[in-house]
Design a protein around this ligand. Structure first.
Ligand code: HEC
Length: 131
C-alpha cells in the first residue's frame, strides 16, 4: 500500500513537470505596432557580428520569461513562432521598447537603441537555429 502511494506521488510529480515543460503562454494577436514604427529599418541588419551581443542581452533581460532559446514559457510567448517572425524588425523593436505591461511584457526603452536592435537580431537568429 505504501509503495503504491509512493509510486502515485512519483507519477504525479513527473506529470506536473512534463505539463510545465509543454505549456507556453499564448501571444496577444491584438497587440500590433503602429505602421510608422513597423516601417523602421534595423540599422544593424547586415551586422552579423552584432548577433552575439544580442544573445548576451537576451540572456540578461529576457530569458527568465521567454526561455533561453526564445521558445517561450508559462510566463511569455514563443518568439520563434511564425506570427512573431512575420512582423518587421521595426515592429519587434517597438514592442521591446514600449512593452505591454498590462500583459506582463516590460518596457526596455532604458536600454540604448542599438542594444534593442541587437535583441531583434537575436530574436531572428533564435528562430533559425535548432532548439
Ligand atoms: C517579465 C516577463 C518578460 C520579460 C522579462 C520579457 N518579456 Fe517579452 N513578453 C512577455 C509577455 C507576457 C509577452 C506577451 C505580451 C502580450 O501578449 O501582450 C511578451 C511579448 C514579447 C514580444 C511580442 C511577441 C508578439 O507576439 O508579437 C516580443 C518581441 C518580446 N516579448 C521580446 C522580449 C525581449 C527581447 C525581452 C528582453 C529584452 C523580453 N521580451 C523580456 C514577457 C516578458
Amino acid at each position: 500500500m505504501r509503495r503504491n502511494t509512493c509510486l502515485v506521488t512519483v507519477l504525479f510529480v513527473l506529470m506536473s513537470v512534463l505539463a510545465y515543460g509543454v505549456q507556453v503562454r499564448d501571444r496577444d494577436a491584438t497587440w500590433v505596432a503602429p505602421s510608422e514604427n513597423a516601417l523602421k529599418v534595423n540599422p544593424l541588419a547586415t551586422r552579423t557580428d552584432a548577433i552575439a551581443g544580442g544573445r548576451k542581452l537576451f540572456h540578461q533581460h529576457c530569458s527568465t520569461c521567454h526561455g533561453e532559446g526564445a521558445r517561450g514559457s508559462t510566463k511569455a510567448p514563443d518568439l520563434t513562432q511564425s506570427d512573431v517572425q512575420a512582423q518587421t524588425d521595426g515592429a519587434l523593436f517597438w514592442k521591446i521598447s514600449g512593452g505591454n505591461s498590462h500583459q506582463g511584457m516590460p518596457a526596455f526603452s532604458f536600454l540604448p537603441g542599438p542594444q534593442r536592435w541587437q535583441l531583434v537580431l537575436h530574436v531572428r537568429a533564435a528562430a533559425s537555429s535548432p532548439e
